[in-house]
Design a protein around this ligand. Structure first.
Ligand SMILES: [Zn+2]
Ligand SMILES: [Zn+2]
Ligand SMILES: [Zn+2]
Ligand SMILES: [Zn+2]
Length: 352
């Protein structure tokens, strides 16, 4: 798969620049072969609409605890119902359009896909050709309005932008850069138990190797301070995504989006992050099951035809045998008659 050297998204063959990060593809395409551990990353970027104020709330990490709306300051629920639609879609996308995509020559796969839903099949097919993302919106009546862009690809090093190596070790996802030595560890997904194929999220809020900053009302009251989890000293955070070193105890602290939102009291824009999957997606399993059923039916049909042909052949042989026997009997009878006639003729000759 060819990916954009700037953001890691799939780089469509017929495009000259990246639809996700707008970087030019000139000398900026990286060719990656499928990873031997079968991990499938999906790049995510999305938001939902706040039910209190109607503003966008960024979905910059996976959580079932709700998201704080930066505009109105009210915690918004975004639950299993919405996430299950998104995660299933992300897995389908990462699996069918990513490293392990069925080739365009696999006509039968795409035929079965189209038979289920031709529009969706067309969209999946266009990924890597002239499109780099599939957008998922809420398709369930009465649910929360959301939009999530999902692209296949591979995450890049936060330090030098080369593709990182992904490995699952002791229920943690390890990202290592073989070029510059950058390393980060992310927790596995205990709360995504319903989606057993989603192994981890590559998102700063899910780092398991750095401490997480907290918020506390400042001593003067009113304002909320971002504090060090180790010594409770105030941290000076200017931008979201900052990893800051505590000036008092030197602990490295990551500032989660929720903490930043609460302290700053303003909305955060959607930012890209990655979900990592393993194993076949539901869509691929469904298509493969249909292909297997079709192959089984074709085999049974072939077997039926072969048996019918065999029976026909047997009865043809039987008829041939019977005809031969009848001919033999007739021949024998003819010979007996000839002999009898001969004997009679001889007898008549003798008598006369
Ligand atoms: Zn890009
Ligand atoms: Zn709001
Ligand atoms: Zn690097
Ligand atoms: Zn500290």
């Amino acid at each position: 798969m060819e990916i954009c050297g700037s953001c890691g998204c799939i780089a469509p063959t017929s495009n000259t620049d990246c639809g996700r990060c707008h970087a030019s593809f000139e000398n900026n395409r990286t060719v990656l072969s499928p990873p031997s551990n079968g991990l499938m990353p999906a790049r995510m970027k999305g938001h939902f609409i706040c039910r209190s104020c109607g503003d966008k709330v960024a979905l910059n990490h996976f959580s079932l605890d709700g998201y704080l709306c930066g505009s109105c300051g009210i915690l918004q629920k975004f639950g299993m119902r919405e996430w299950s639609q998104i995660v299933r879609h992300a897995h389908d996308t990462a699996d069918i359009t990513g490293f392990f995509r069925p080739s365009a020559d696999d006509v039968r796969f795409w035929e079965v896909f189209s038979a289920y839903d031709s529009d969706v099949a067309m969209m999946f097919k266009s990924i890597g050709r002239d499109k780099s993302c599939l957008t998922k919106g809420n398709e369930e009546f009465g649910g929360i309005e959301f939009e999530m862009d999902v692209s296949p690809g591979h995450p890049l090093c936060a330090s030098c932008s080369k593709p990182v190596k992904l490995e699952i070790k002791a229920e943690r996802l390890h990202c290592t850069c073989l070029s510059c030595g950058y390393a980060a560890i992310y927790r596995a997904f205990p709360e995504a138990g319903n989606y057993r194929n989603c192994v981890a999220a590559i998102c700063e809020d899910d780092r398991s190797d750095v401490s997480t900053a907290k918020t506390e009302p400042s001593s003067g009251g009113g304002a909320i301070a971002i504090t060090c989890p180790n010594c409770a000293g105030a941290l000076d955070v200017r931008a979201l995504g900052d990893t800051v070193t505590c000036p008092f105890c030197k602990t490295m602290c990551h500032v989660p989006a929720q903490v930043f939102t609460r302290a700053m009291g303003k909305a955060i824009p959607p930012r890209p992050w990655w979900m990592v999957f393993e194993g076949e997606s539901r869509r691929r399993i469904r298509i493969n099951n249909t292909l297997k059923q079709q192959a089984d039916a074709a085999r049974q049909n072939e077997e039926r035809l072969r048996k019918r042909e065999e029976l026909a052949q047997q009865s043809r042989l039987k008829r041939k045998d019977e005809a031969a026997r009848r001919r033999k009997t007739l021949l024998k009878a003819g010979m007996i008659i000839a002999v009898v006639i001969g004997v009679i003729a001889v007898a008549v000759l003798i008598v006369s």
